[in-house]
Design a protein around this ligand. Structure first.
Ligand code: PLP
Length: 380
């Protein structure tokens, strides 16, 4: 009998089917030990457990759940999303060619630029959400690695993952997708042919604004690139602590409910803002007339995520005035948490192409009428 592939919702709710073998507990214990004993013949007491920088039980359980959620063979946890991204690039050979999607999370762009220049890598940045750019640049540069973010932060551009994978594979390269804003509930990125999916687990995966973490997952663990990532994490020590891994395991159990609710709320907020006279433009992949909606619809199932941006009519001072009047949206960075957040990205990253009148929202799981009433009183 062919075993039915479980949906991400079932995997999340049941912590990947985990039952503690020692106690029968349905919740995994925390194993905080940094070192593990060997017997008198010097054989490790538990195979695989030697030192917590190499591996540990709680981290392994979390990685197992994360791999299942993305329908991947393996997943690796890192102490932040940036640590996961850094491992992807550090594992490339010196002199490699990289194609990077333009106007994505600024922290990624900044770090990749500096790293590539230090390591003698060729870096090409372009709007890869446009398929013609992907075609042209893959053919002309034959990149070793293409890195895209979909939907992108803060522009919410959607890139066709299957199309990108075909183009990159045609020239022998690898496709890595930052799917932080989608989560595996909305998009199982590897199903579309990507080689590695990356998430900042600090965001929707953990969703409670109390853990920093990053994850990479793949279905080709035997590839030299993945093996180099594995060695890099092991040797350079970018490992997450047991307590963070355990908190993440706990949070993942409600991932599907949170993502569902946030997506529903964000869709309603986007539609409300679109019809508001003081709003110039709304960026949200769930809006049918938004560029990239058809691509998003193809690869996002059950909603379009918690992240949206909008430009208000007026200038920077108008944007800051509205942001200052909000009562429920916390003025704070980040996204994917249960509480709604608002951010003026221009203040954080001026002169990077973000308009001064743009506000970015991360829509939480609160009551939608309360959220819309708050936006309404601030937008007058
Ligand atoms: N990728 C995206 C899309 C992000 O928004 C962020 C952080 O905001 C990161 C990666 C980096 O993740 P972390 O903050 O966990 O290092």
């Amino acid at each position: 009998m062919v075993k039915r592939r479980l949906s991400a919702a079932t995997i999340a709710a049941q912590a990947g089917g985990y039952i503690d073998q020692a106690s029968g507990g349905v919740v995994p214990p925390i194993q905080p030990s940094t070192t593990f004993v060997r017997d008198r013949a010097y054989v490790p007491h538990a195979s695989g457990n030697i030192y917590a920088r190499d591996d540990s039980d709680t981290v392994r359980v979390a990685e197992n759940i994360l791999a299942q959620l993305d329908a991947a063979k393996v997943a690796l946890l890192f102490p932040s999303g940036m640590a996961a991204i850094a491992a992807v690039f550090r594992a490339l050979p010196t002199g490699a060619t990289v194609l990077l999607q333009a106007q994505i999370y600024w922290g990624t762009t900044k770090w990749v630029r500096e790293f590539c220049s230090r390591r003698g890598m060729v870096l090409v940045e372009a709007d890869l959400s446009k398929p013609e750019n992907m075609d042209k640049l893959c053919a002309s540069h034959e990149p070793d690695l293409v890195f895209i973010e979909t939907p992108s932060n803060p522009w919410l551009r959607s890139t066709d993952i299957a199309h990108a994978a075909n183009k990159v594979h045609d020239v022998g390269g690898r496709l890595v997708v930052d799917a932080t804003a989608a989560t595996p509930i909305l998009t199982r990125v590897l199903d579309f042919g990507a080689d590695i999916v990356m998430h900042s687990a600090t965001k929707g995966l953990n969703g409670h604004s109390d853990v920093l973490a990053g994850v990479l997952a793949t279905n080709t663990p035997e590839s030299p690139h993945w093996q180099a990532i594995l060695t890099d994490r092991h040797d350079a020590g970018a490992i997450i602590g047991s307590f963070e891994a355990w908190l993440l395991i706990r949070s993942l159990r409600t991932l599907h409910l949170r993502v569902e609710r946030m997506s529903k709320n964000a869709q309603k907020v986007a539609e409300y803002l679109q019809g508001h006279p003081n709003v110039e433009e709304v960026f949200y992949p769930g809006l049918i007339d938004f560029e990239g909606h058809n691509t998003a619809k193809l690869q996002m199932k059950g909603g379009y995520g918690s992240l949206l941006s909008f430009c208000i009519k007026g200038d920077r001072s108008n944007a800051l005035r509205i942001l200052g009047k909000l009562d429920l949206f916390h003025r704070a960075t980040s996204l994917g948490g249960v509480e709604s957040l608002v951010e003026h990205r221009y203040t954080i990253e001026p002169n990077t192409g973000i308009p001064e009148n743009l506000l970015r929202l991360s829509v939480g799981i609160e009551d939608i009428d309360d959220l819309i009433a708050d936006l309404g009183q601030a937008l007058v």
